[in-house]
Design a protein around this ligand. Structure first.
Ligand SMILES: Cc1cc2nc3c(=O)[nH]c(=O)nc-3n(C[C@H](O)[C@H](O)[C@H](O)COP(=O)(O)OP(=O)(O)OC[C@H]3O[C@@H](n4cnc5c(N)ncnc54)[C@H](O)[C@@H]3O)c2cc1C
Length: 394
């Protein structure tokens, strides 16, 4: 396969424009790695530009989001403006705030008007989630206002129903009940056990038991099919109806269902094989090198929640995939050959750490071992790498 024309073999000067769409866990990890690889003395004469595109102008640490929605004093700790990240000052880096509306073979369009060319691209756009667990705000000020509004609603409600008993819903219900023990907190989940995914029944049952002990009412095996707002005196309330005919009146409903799709709608690349570029859940199909599955696009990678790598979608996996893609792009640029053999990503075995309110935790490690508070702390600080990337930012 031919070499990019902008890599001058005469002068040996490396010249590359690298775009990264999505600047949260996976995208920032990729950028941090690229800065470390191209910011060396060896690359003094190189002309490498890395541009990060995001709708937001800051990093949102989703891992603490359920806690931030309950505690207004904690919410500010979850947002870091992109320009406060230490390596953002590197000459290699540029942030562009805006929604990438379309991605083509060698350029992308921001906010449907500005065209930006690239030689290499990393797509790290995650999953389309809804508020409150994934706030819509694009600046720190609006984020604090949005989350503050939810905290206020939780505080004023006598009863809160959380819909969806995955990891996020389970943590959400626990956070509300732990902070407000006198409130009625109900968690409704359509399946027979909490926390869908490749986890042991012992882990799932342990999470359920922790919620019961906290005082959360857990309703399993029922799906919410209707939600009607009503006025009850001066307080407005909502009546939920489940598929089994149960009716629940509550002041506040927090949706934490896993419903949604990978954010890949901006990818407008014509497939050149019979395998579509996206799967049924809109995840971008990738090879184990994290390049798009279609051989026509060896310079485009997809990392984190947006791709179809069969791992539990967690921040730790997104961070390590971002770094992998960056290393592979470095190899392609240095070899000046798009057919260069690249490293293959191997996802971790499933693991999960749940923080259930202020004092309870439960984890399953990669060997299937179950633990509580002390064990979870060890897992979070050891395997997740979150604290490493946050550390790299400040
Ligand atoms: C409430 C909550 C709690 C969680 N808790 C944990 C946990 O405890 N541990 C754990 O490991 N994982 C946890 N997760 C999962 C984890 O957050 C995800 O796996 C992780 O965010 C994936 O990272 P990502 O970079 O791929 O995508 P994201 O973090 O979703 O980032 C995608 C970025 O792309 C941007 N973007 C999307 N589309 C566009 C576009 N068209 N133009 C410009 N920008 C765009 C978004 O603004 C966003 O900044 C949690 C998730 C949630 C929602």
């Amino acid at each position: 396969m031919s070499v990019f024309s902008n890599v001058s073999s005469m002068s040996q000067i490396i010249k590359a424009r690298i775009g990264i769409v999505g600047a949260n866990y996976a995208g920032l990890s990729a950028a941090a790695k690229l800065v470390s690889l191209f910011g060396t003395k060896e690359h003094e004469d190189s002309d490498v530009k890395i541009t990060l595109f995001d709708k937001k102008d800051g990093f949102l640490h989703l891992i603490g989001m359920t806690h931030g929605l309950v505690h207004t004093s904690f919410a500010p700790k979850l947002w870091v403006n992109h320009d406060e990240i230490s390596w953002s000052k590197s000459d290699l880096i540029q942030f562009c705030k805006g929604r990438v509306s379309s991605i083509h073979k060698n350029h992308l369009i921001v906010d449907e008007k500005v065209e930006s060319p690239f030689d290499y691209l990393i797509i790290a756009t995650g999953f389309s989630r809804s508020p409150p667990i994934w706030p819509t705000a694009s600046s720190c000020k609006d984020y604090l206002q949005e989350v503050g509004g939810w905290s206020n609603s939780i505080c004023k409600s006598d009863s809160v129903v959380v819909v969806g008993g995955g990891a996020v819903g389970t943590e959400m219900a626990a956070d509300v009940k732990s902070e407000y023990p006198s409130k009625e907190v109900i968690l409704i989940h359509s399946r027979d056990t909490l926390i869908p995914g490749p986890f042991t029944n012992v882990f799932k049952e342990r999470a359920h038991q922790e919620l019961r002990e906290l005082g959360v009412d857990v309703i399993l095996g029922e799906r919410v099919i209707d939600e009607t707002s009503t006025k009850n005196g001066i307080k407005s309330s909502v009546i939920l109806t489940t598929n089994k005919g149960r009716k629940i009146e509550t002041n506040l409903v927090i949706h934490c269902t896993g419903k949604g799709k990978a954010a890949s709608d901006m990818v407008h690349l014509p497939p050149t094989t019979s395998t579509p570029l996206v799967d049924d859940n809109c995840n971008l199909r990738v090879q184990d090198t994290l390049q798009l599955i279609d051989p026509a696009y060896p310079h485009i990678f997809a990392v984190g929640d947006v791709n179809d790598i069969p791992v539990v979608k967690l921040a730790g996996a997104a961070i390590s995939q971002g770094a992998y893609a960056a290393e592979n792009i470095h190899k392609l640029i240095m070899s000046r050959n798009l057919s260069t053999k690249l490293s293959k990503y191997q996802g971790p075995k499933p693991y999960m750490c749940l923080v259930l309110g202020r004092h309870r935790q439960v984890s399953q490690d990669t060997d299937g071992e179950i633990g509580g508070a002390e064990f979870t702390t060890k897992l979070r600080h050891g395997n997740l790498e979150i604290y490493r990337i946050i550390g790299a930012m400040n």
